[in-house]
Design a protein around this ligand. Structure first.
Ligand SMILES: [Zn+2]
Length: 331
């Protein structure tokens, strides 16, 4: 995703008061990722309104730029251990996150190199993400998002800044796009058909997740035959469910990317050069839809796609039910 496009997505959520509690910013912490995080801080704290922010000229913008704003706290790995230490997380970062902000507005907690968050610190953060403090945004900046715990990933929206990013799990993406390209909300049966196609992907993932866990265990046993202890059934199931959740993410990312493409095409002024799409191979199907879907609606579909993820993953609702519900409104 282009940086500016990503920033507009955040700005829109901010303006509509629909900011998530946390973003994973996939980009170099000392490069594009870190810069993006500062830009988001300035957006939320700038003294101008959300349309003009960040103005780059007000006191708040200047303090953010200098790294001296009291409502921004940044945590990064210790030099020596190269991990984000639990005492800094528990002793400073999280207590700060639940306090009132200095300026009465937003607070932003930044974790640079969030992949260096190890078990204890990650779990402490997870607890906070499960009951997030108000008006606080967490930015987890990392160039290795795949190393974050799936439980943390599932509580964050993801922003991918790597320009030529390799889409995760390509075969799933294509199958999601195929289902959406053929989707029609013309009748309940057609809607259900699309929902069942997406559900079939989840079912397949279930089997694959179990295979992957078995594979991991075999490798662990081979590496250390004497120290290896086979997990009991509950532990095995929990490991498989975690893996499964990880796989499902690629379906949500594909859904969101599809509707972003639709938004791009539906809001493109006549004659304007076309920006790169996530699904160039489905351009015709997307363009045909874009002619029927006004930008205002396409924008809502992007939000709906996020709702789908949050209903299934955070509220544990039945996926067929959730897909059919939202896809009734999505043309
Ligand atoms: Zn400003």
């Amino acid at each position: 995703m282009q940086e500016n496009e990503a920033f507009e997505i955040v700005r829109r959520s901010f303006r509509n008061r629909r900011l998530p509690h946390a973003y994973v910013v996939a980009g170099a912490p000392r490069g594009a990722g870190g810069a993006f995080a500062r830009r988001v801080c300035a957006l939320l704290l700038c003294e101008r309104g959300p349309d003009e922010a960040p103005c780059g000229a007000c006191g708040a913008c200047a303090r953010v730029e200098r790294g001296a704003h009291p409502d921004v706290l940044s945590l990064e790995p210790e030099k020596k251990s190269r991990i984000i230490p639990i005492d800094a997380m528990r002793g400073t970062f999280l207590p700060w996150a639940v306090e009132k902000s200095f300026d009465g507005g937003w607070k932003i907690g930044i974790l640079l190199f969030a992949d260096r968050l190890k078990a204890e610190a990650a779990n402490a953060l997870l607890k906070t993400l499960e009951e997030p403090p108000e008006d606080t945004l967490f930015l987890l900046v990392t160039d290795r998002p795949e190393e974050l715990l799936p439980t943390i990933l599932s509580r964050c929206q993801r922003i991918d800044l790597s320009a030529g990013r390799i889409p995760p799990a390509e075969p799933w993406r294509t199958r999601v796009a195929e289902a959406l390209a053929e989707h029609s909300a013309a009748s309940q049966l057609r809607v259900l058909a699309t929902a069942m196609r997406l559900h079939a992907l989840f079912e397949e993932m279930k089997g694959l997740a179990e295979d992957a866990v078995r594979e991991d265990l075999r490798a662990a046993e081979a590496a250390d035959p004497t120290g290896f202890a086979a997990p009991d059934k509950d532990t095995f199931d929990a490991m498989a469910r975690t893996k499964e959740k990880e796989l499902r993410l690629s379906v949500y990312v594909a859904l969101q990317d599809w509707y972003r493409d639709l938004l791009v095409l539906s809001s493109l002024p006549a004659g304007a050069p076309e920006p790169p799409l996530f699904f160039p191979e489905f351009r015709d199907a997307l363009a045909e839809r874009a002619r029927r879907v006004p930008p205002r609606l396409a924008l809502r579909y992007v939000d709906f796609a996020q709702e789908i993820q949050s209903h299934i993953e955070d509220r544990f609702m039945n996926d067929v039910f959730v897909f059919s519900h939202w896809l009734t409104w999505m043309h």
